[in-house]
Design a protein around this ligand. Sequence first.
Ligand code: BGC
Length: 833
Amino acid sequence: MKRIQKICIAFLLVAASTQNTKAQVYKDPKAPVESRVSDLVSKMTLEEKVDFINGKDWMYTKPIARLGVPSFKMTDGPTGTNTHGKSTAYPASILNAATWDNALNYRLGAALGNDCRSRNVNFLLAPGVNIARAPMAGRNFEYLGEDPYLSSSLVVSYITGVQSKGVVATVKHFAANNEEYDRNNISSDIDERTLREIYLPAFKAAVQKANVGAVMNSYNLVNGVQASHNNYLNNVILKEQWGFKGILMSDWGGVHDGLAAFKGGTDLEMPGNAFMKPEVLLPAFKRGEITEAMINEKVTRILRVCFTYGFFDRPQLIESIPNDDPASAAVALDLARGGIVLLKNQGNILPLQLSKTKKIAIIGPNGDTYNTGGGSSRTTPFHSVSTLEGLKKLAKGVEVNYTMGIPSLNSLASKSVFYTNSDLNTVGLTAEYFNNRNLEGKPNGVRIEKIIDNEWVQTPGIEGIGQDNFSARYTGIIKPTKTTDYKFTVQGDDGYRLWVNGEKVMDLWKEQSPIITNKMIHLEAGKEYSIKLEYFESGGDASIRFAWYEPTDENYNDAIKMASESDVAIVCIGFNLQIEHEGSDRPFELLEMDETLIDKVTKANPNTIVVLNAGGNVHMTPWLSKVKGLVHAFYPGQEGGTAVAEILLGLVNPSGKLPVSFEKEWADNPTNKNYYDTDKDMRVPYKEELMLGYRYYDTKKVEPMFPFGFGLSYTTFTYSNLKVDLKQNDAKIAATVTFDVKNTGKVDGAEVAELYVSDPVCPVIRPAKELKGFSKVFLKSGETKKVTIDLDEAAFSYFKTAQKAFGFDPGDFGILVGSSSQDIKLQKTIKVN
Ligand code: BGC
């Protein structure tokens, strides 16, 4: 604990015991929270109060030294307390959702709570619960999938776990942050019923069932109004209708107008003092536009949470909890074991039979790394286990070899030869750098760059050019020595465009993560071709790489050789923190090199298994039929390599199930025509309404690649004996659904039993079925367990727009129990009156 904070707390404790507590109610730990809050508010000046509703130094609340109010500390999450240095890196939230395991998600929350306490952190800026609409959305990996019931259920477990440790959870991003594409400007336009049934339930559950201490707004607009300014969302729904008593904070830089945010429900601007600051609010107060009562209300909310969680009365730091806590690592491992999803297992290639295996080839860039998404959720662990390390350790008696398999863009860039002009005397391209994003005016610096392989942590090293908001133009010529098809590859963060011989062949002139573009161009030997590459950097990471080369098998020789000499090839590919992160969307397709690698390896060895890293689906149609096994590891956290190896070897029976439907083609996804703001009006109309994910695929009978709730196991389960015991009085329903699940296979394992409700006759459109319950059951081989799932009226209700409330229509309802949304094993019709 920092010395100053120790002093503050000691001061408060001493003060509480020795002073006249009547006059110092806020210092009395025994006084009711509301009395302490109002006492402290009454002692604050107006100036102190308007200042207090702003954060400080990126991750802290404001202190008030005069009154002994300390500054409280925050950290990002959701799967690692990552802001203040290294930390346990749990799997990505999407994997945690794939566990369908409330107990495990509670343990995750509790472990994160401990991680916070060991770092003196008061607020965890997590969990995130926005719904997955499209696979490209840059933050899907930070969220819990497509289903409001599953997200609601798991988020309650997570928050309850965090808050049980005396740490405030912050559910985010309220609301409808369903894409990162232009996230600060686009408006998620959603009709009332869809908003209530799909996009808000997890937030509502966080507030009403988990009593979450804080909520963070999203960057996007909702129905035309910035989330942090959105009166309807924040004041009407969150505070009035749901009764939220905690802190509503902005996302970092999410406020754009101080008064609008103040009136629109924001209680705390983060990181602070940009718009909702004293310079704006005090004049507004003087003009009579805002009242002191309104200011008090926001201060009250912040203080209420801090008093409730004991921040004034005890040290937040628990020195006995280590920063690198083995107990947290154990939770990270259990999550990865429980959430990795086995999607394909042709001919039972898995689990690998060690007795029949002499050599395993691990091939691919993700095979020997710690794989994670990027952005504010990125956690750097103290230590991690890669798939290679996991297999080397656990595949006893087997030779495990590794090759990256694909040529790195760095090596291709370093082999690409350019000349500044036709005399071919000078190797390289002429690079001009401009201190603006549009190559305007005179360049601030010109130099020759032999290769274009730039990743700038600081500036490009040219006077007048900073880390952000600059552009560059690279010009010169190339002269191929062979007549053939050449591949041009550019990767840029942010925008770039390329001309070859005056023809524009690439144009990605937008803010983006380091997206790779490839273009095949036929070139003739001895001919000179002019090159012009333009690039701009907006903010954040900055990089530009450029290569041209003949795409031959030679580039994959190591992979082909190793695969052909091994009994089995494990191809480890997918995305990473550079490609999948907040601030921009990622591609649906795998990188072309990854797809080529699969092709080459499967030709060299048909016993190929892909281990995939991504925050959800990728375009599998081009390659899925070529591989025998597919393990979706999402981003499995620091212990991921152990869990992947255990699953490949059958030491752990896979039990994860998809928390999101996997489409065959992007065109199959119901949002495909209204996801990108193609007409540039900044509006994204959610025209699919309720028909998202399995609600759409099941209702409209479109076949997905893998349905929601799907995941394979090494054992088999049978379902029987479905009973529904329904009790009703007035509008209250209590239905107890019971059924038996038996492990009929040879190995122990867990099954996720899923319960869906259908409402076949209804005056309004309803999806074919909706998830309303689930249970993860661990069964030994041959064992049977009775599963009990309770349903109340919420399971039968929809949002009745005219009544502005949830309700159900009496009649027949289907109770469907199965092992995925499309594999219903038992069903019954019940009459609900
Ligand atoms: C993210 C938030 C995060 C905040 C603080 C923002 O860019 O959207 O999720 O908590 O930064 O790092």
